[in-house]
Design a protein around this ligand. Structure first.
Ligand code: ASP
Ligand code: MG
Length: 420
């Protein structure tokens, strides 16, 4: 069996849903688990509903209604009037409206209960549309098979329970109908509350299901022909990579390549399941394959750009060395504040860390550090990570920029720059 994942851009309107049907009809002989994200920019729109309600703005209901109207219009384009999907979809929105009548118990909890509607609704629409087109399938509620703790907005998978229940449920459903449709990004707690796995987490859901089912492969359908060696938003002559090793893929996604969610690779690597990235606009194309020891040789330099970076430099207040005791105190602060470090470097008396300039996390971190250390920082920086770098690539990246910090290993170079 295979796992397919369709992201928001591939289900953004009625015609893209028809396109999904045509892609699936190329695989009628296979057993498929199809993982789908929320339609288009629905997750962003639902985040606005959450923020409005949390801040006591009275337009939360209005914002939710706009999301509903967006889906109603897609439904009107795909289904006859009075089709049961209308009521099913409406029920999800009614549940969200109830949440908006109550005082939120916490931001993250509210977020997951509301934002998850996007995936529930998109999968209902797709499942019902396929049925209408005589493509038999079973809709499964991911909250009953992806079991998590209650770390809302970034829930952790309970692997033992999830594996048992996925094997049981999905296997038996696939025996009856060879397509299962389920939601990416969402899970459920033992108390039946909804959780989410972190933004863009649908790829991760596909990998979790593939791992549990020991799938033959996972395919992520995107609006690009495969994985490119650089982000086309930043660079002109990008190149598609035919194949990538798990190792390169996990390094690239960790440093910010947004083409695949970083958590996707580990479960697949652990069970040796290949990952294809293909274009939903050109489904017959070969795409990119990610797997064990697969490399495109000679190595093509892969570029990952992270803008809006800050470089914090931390030193002791009394000119003492930054040694083990200070480092462990610093790391402790980072861990407690839940900060992800993009690059670090130390000298005798200072420790430098590059991280994302997050409007909420950064000030909190600086406050905590300043209680024990001297802290200076530079903002508006860009971090380039170049896997399989060469001197030519480094030189061309540095043109017109000031180099703030550089680090190289055999395979990876990282430079932090500022525009001149
Ligand atoms: N809909 C969610 C998001 O936009 C999950 C995903 O697309 O993977 O973050
Ligand atoms: Mg998305």
């Amino acid at each position: 069996m295979q796992v397919f994942k369709f992201g928001g851009a591939s289900v953004k309107d009625a015609s893209s849903i028809k396109n999904i049907k045509s892609i699936l009809s190329r695989y009628t002989a296979d057993s498929l688990v199809v993982v789908v994200s929320a339609m288009g920019k629905t997750t962003n729109a639902l985040e606005k509903v959450v923020n409005a309600h949390f801040n006591n703005d009275d337009n939360a209901t209005q914002l939710l209604n706009e999301v509903k109207l967006f889906h109603d219009e897609i439904i009107a384009n795909l289904f006859p009037v009075n089709h049961p999907v209308i009521i099913e979809v409406n029920n999800f929105f009614v549940e969200a409206e109830w949440m908006l009548e109550e005082k939120p118990r916490s931001y993250n909890f509210l977020y997951d209960q509301i934002v998850s509607i996007g995936e529930l609704v998109s999968t209902k629409i797709i499942s019902q549309y396929l049925l209408l087109q005589q493509m038999d399938n079973t809709w499964i509620d991911a909250r009953g098979i992806i079991l998590t703790d209650n770390n809302y907005r970034n829930a952790n998978i309970d692997w033992l329970q999830t594996e048992t229940i996925i094997v049981e449920t999905v296997t038996s459903q696939l025996k009856k109908k060879n397509i299962v449709i389920t939601q990416g990004f969402i899970g459920g707690t033992s108390e039946n509350y909804t959780t989410t796995l972190g933004r863009e987490g649908s790829d991760y859901t596909a990998a979790i299901i593939a791992y549990c089912m020991k799938a033959d492969s996972v395919t992520i359908w995107k609006d690009v022909p495969g994985v490119l060696n650089a982000d086309p938003r930043f660079f002109d002559d990008t190149q598609k990579l035919e194949q990538i090793s798990y190792l390169d893929a996990i390094e690239m996604t960790y440093y910010g390549a947004t083409v695949i969610h970083p958590k996707t690779i580990k479960p697949l690597e652990n069970r040796g399941i290949p990952l294809y990235v293909k274009s939903f606009l050109q489904p017959e194309g070969a795409g990119t394959i990610i797997g064990k020891d697969l490399n495109t040789k000679p190595f093509v330099p892969n570029l990952i750009v992270k803008t809006n970076q800050v470089l914090i430099s931390i030193s002791a207040t009394d000119f003492s060395f930054i040694a083990e005791d200070n480092l462990s105190a610093i790391f402790n602060i980072f861990a407690t504040q839940g900060i992800k470090i993009n690059l670090m470097q130390n000298s005798a008396i200072s420790f430098s860390v590059c991280l994302d300039n997050d409007a909420i996390a950064l000030p909190a971190l600086l406050d905590a550090l300043k209680q024990h250390f001297k802290v200076r920082y530079n903002d508006n920086l860009t971090l380039y990570t170049i896997r399989h770098y060469n001197q030519f690539t480094l030189d061309s990246l540095l043109k017109g920029k000031t180099l703030i910090l550089e680090q190289r290993s055999r395979n990876t170079a990282q430079i932090i720059t500022r525009p001149n």
